[in-house]
Design a protein around this ligand. Structure first.
Ligand code: AMP
Length: 119
């Protein structure tokens, strides 16, 4: 169940400030408050979606296209395409998703090392 008062819903309602990178009808991107790389930015859809599955099943085609174009536009704005980056979408309990509004992490700006997970 989507909570209309989650942190990113409040960012979208401008009740909480953010350091914006880019925005469009269907997405907003902003710097992560606790960066894990030289460049750490989050991209979120403007609609109320919990995770990828909710989004893929319930968002309109315009919302889905607009979100992914927003990820691309954000990568372009950040000038990360040439040297690369990592995208992460933490989902659910095992994925340690903290904020219950779909978001994709963009990490880059330096060599962020190998992908490390606990077994
Ligand atoms: P996760 O849900 O685990 O994928 O991660 C949520 C991310 O949101 C974390 O990296 C936090 O540092 C980040 N975060 C939490 N609150 C804010 C905020 N107000 N502005 C920007 N980033 C935030």
């Amino acid at each position: 169940m989507y909570d209309n008062d989650n942190i990113f819903a409040k960012v979208l309602k401008e009740e909480i400030p953010c350091k914006k990178v880019a925005e469009g009808n269907y997405f907003l991107s902003f710097y992560d408050i606790n960066p894990k790389a030289n460049t750490h930015v989050l991209v979120i859809p403007t609609g109320p979606y919990l995770n990828l599955h909710d989004f893929a099943q319930n968002a309109s085609q315009a919302e889905q296209i607009g979100f992914w174009q927003g990820v691309d536009e954000t990568l372009e704005t950040l000038k990360l395409k040439e040297n690369g980056y990592r995208l992460i979408m933490n989902t659910g309990i095992n994925g340690r998703q903290e904020v219950q509004h779909l978001h994709i992490h963009i990490l880059g700006g330096n060599d962020i090392g190998p992908m490390v997970v606990k077994r």
